[in-house]
Write a protein that binds this ligand. Structure first.
Ligand code: FAD
Ligand code: SIN
Length: 541
């Protein structure tokens, strides 16, 4: 077992982690952990782009308003204002780090009243990931360590049980995947930038590591989580037996693509006056309804109104990917289905990433700041990563770091017993959770289905706990424990919300109501507001 020390520990190498590292490296020494390769992130998969007010015809007020409308009454306006108003400066940061974004070529996506999405062709995310990684590799103050999977956070009381001060995070236990040893990383400030949790669902647009680790770790350590019922389903993922997790960007609809059903009928106007460019929750539900009505396994995105040449130059990656499956999108409609895409809830945090625990910060998709409310506006999440990174670095630079806690974390103790048969059981549990979340906690919910999910998850969690404590630790069981906890927390959040709002739609409560808007959180000044569902202590390891 190795012991590491650093001033700032950032867990995650996506846009949130790398932007925070670059901003902090002016003053501090930073270590960044990535559970696989540094490039393996949801960031790398982002397609559409980043929202920012860049044109004369647009305004901050309009961007704020579009975000609030999409968020269906649960956004925190001061957070939205803070993030939207700094967007042009954050774009300048990206340009300074080497990104090639054409500020005059703005595209449009669902829910935006203006063209305000900056993009790099149709693979903005992989471009940004590459650019920021290059900047990080050149920076002597940042050390990036791949194949390091954080298991749990270390708290001050684990260093000294007689420490009566408030709970403070002092580091993390981390599995070194190349050696199998569990090492400790101690730091003055710990920043979770671990991304989302799409893998909790059977069908998702997310990369394989999106298992909600940061949310589960923070929750186990005692931080509140909020709004986990708001899993956003992207309306259009490629439907093909061999295509796993491939997104068909909303920008295609922004440029004129139209959704049609299996009979070739454009159906979206039936559901919303904005047609195919309606907000994401409405499009996903309409597709779901249309598939159920026609009995077809998918709907289609028709790009035939656009010139072949435009399609090939504007959407080269998507065009090529579709061709690899025998679909020429300039000639034939693309089969698409909705899939779990973005978790609007997360660890309760301020707009600078502060959490309930001292020295624990959270940035990016892992956080719940109040920007997205009950439904995220397209292309606001990359922006949130950058704005939070900036705010967090500014605050830490102004306030200075907490002193390093004295004492040594206890060694990680875990059974060394291996059981290959158990691996099969673990894989079954993965499938069971992901299937039940898709079937019972999906686009359209009911109380009966949610209660069924709660009951099944209760039993699965007992089995996970048993497995976790009896066998040698490895990444599959660590991630399984995390998806199980995030699934359970999502179901509890969904059951508490006795209304339909944004992306949470329950047949038993089909309308929005004011009922759930006054849940109070008096315990913490970091809590962003009064309308979030807060959970703590359902499952401890
Ligand atoms: P990620 O980029 O997912 O990075 C997470 C990091 O955490 C990884 O390095 C991972 O290794 C690390 N990690 C996780 N757990 C652990 C652990 N236990 N130990 C160590 N490391 C860990 N948003 C937009 O605004 N515009 C778009 O166009 C857009 N398109 C998208 C397209 C797709 C297909 C997807 C999936 C998402 C898209 N999004 C888009 C959403 C956006 O990409 C993400 O919300 C954003 O990139 C999240 O960044 P992040 O840094 O928070 O997390
Ligand atoms: C997309 O390109 O459709 C994804 C945009 C987003 O999730 O913000």
């Amino acid at each position: 077992m190795a012991r590491h020390q650093t001033e700032i520990l950032i867990i995650g190498s996506g846009l949130a982690g790398l932007a925070t590292a670059l901003k902090l490296s002016d003053r501090f020494e930073v270590t960044v952990l990535a559970k696989e390769k540094a490039i393996s992130t949801n960031t790398s998969w982002a397609q559409g782009g980043i929202a920012a007010v860049m044109s004369k015809s647009d305004s901050f007020d309009q961007h704020v308003q579009d975000t609030l409308v999409a968020g269906a009454g649960l956004c925190h306006k001061y957070v939205v204002e803070n993030i939207v108003r700094q967007a042009p400066d954050r774009i300048q940061d990206l340009l300074k780090w080497g990104a090639q974004l054409n500020v005059n070529d703005l595209t449009r996506e669902g829910g935006h009243s203006e063209r305000r999405i900056l993009h790099f062709e149709d693979h903005t995310g992989s471009h940004l990931q590459e650019v920021l990684l290059q900047a990080v590799y050149k920076n002597p103050k940042i050390k990036i360590i791949e194949n390091t999977l954080a298991i749990d956070l270390i708290l001050n009381k684990q260093l000294n049980p007689w420490d009566m001060s408030s709970t403070k995070c002092v580091g993390a236990y981390v599995l070194d995947r190349s050696t199998g040893s569990v090492d400790t990383y101690q730091a003055q400030e710990i920043i979770l930038a671990t991304g989302g949790a799409g893998k909790v669902y059977r069908y998702t647009s997310n990369w394989s590591g999106a298992t909600g680790d940061g949310i589960a770790m923070a929750y186990r350590a005692g931080a509140r989580v909020a709004n986990l019922e708001f899993m956003q389903f992207h309306p259009t993922c490629l439907y093909h037996p061999e295509a796993r997790n491939f997104l068909i960007s909303e920008a295609l609809r922004g440029e004129g693509g139209e959704l049609v059903n299996s009979h070739g009928e454009a159906f979206m106007k039936k559901y919303h006056h904005l047609g195919s460019l309606a907000p994401r929750d409405i499009v996903a539900r309409s597709i779901d309804a249309e598939m159920k009505r026609t009995g077809a396994p998918s709907v289609y995105l028709d790009m035939s109104k656009l010139a072949k040449n435009f399609i090939e130059t504007r959407f080269p990656a998507i065009h090529e990917k579709c061709l690899s499956f025998g679909i020429d999108m300039s000639q034939q409609p693309i089969p698409v289905v909705p899939a779990a895409h973005y978790l609007c809830g997360g660890v309760v945090s301020s707009v600078s990433g502060e959490t309930d625990l001292q020295s624990l910060w959270v940035i990016g998709e892992t956080a719940c700041t109040g920007l997205h409310g009950a439904n995220r506006l397209a292309s606001n999440s990359l922006l949130e990563c950058l704005a939070m990174a900036h705010n967090c670095a500014k605050l830490l630079t102004e306030k200075g770091l907490h002193p390093i806690s004295s004492g040594t974390p206890p060694e990680w103790v875990h059974p060394t017993q291996k059981d290959d048969d158990e691996m099969i059981v673990i894989h079954h549990m993965w499938d069971e959770i992901r299937n039940l979340m898709w079937n019972y906690v999906g686009i359209v919910r009911s109380t009966k289905r949610l209660l069924r999910a709660r009951q099944r998850l209760k039993n699965i969690l007992l089995e996970v706990k048993e497995n976790y404590s009896q066998f040698q630790i490895h990444s599959d069981i660590i991630e399984l424990r995390n998806i199980a906890i995030v699934a359970q927390l999502s179901v509890e959040c969904a059951l508490k919300r006795h209304e339909s709002r944004g992306i949470h739609y329950n047949l038993d409560y089909p309308f929005p109501s004011l009922e759930n808007e006054t849940i109070l959180s008096p315990e913490s000044p970091a809590a962003p507001g009064q309308d979030t569902i807060l959970l703590r202590g359902l499952f401890s390891s």
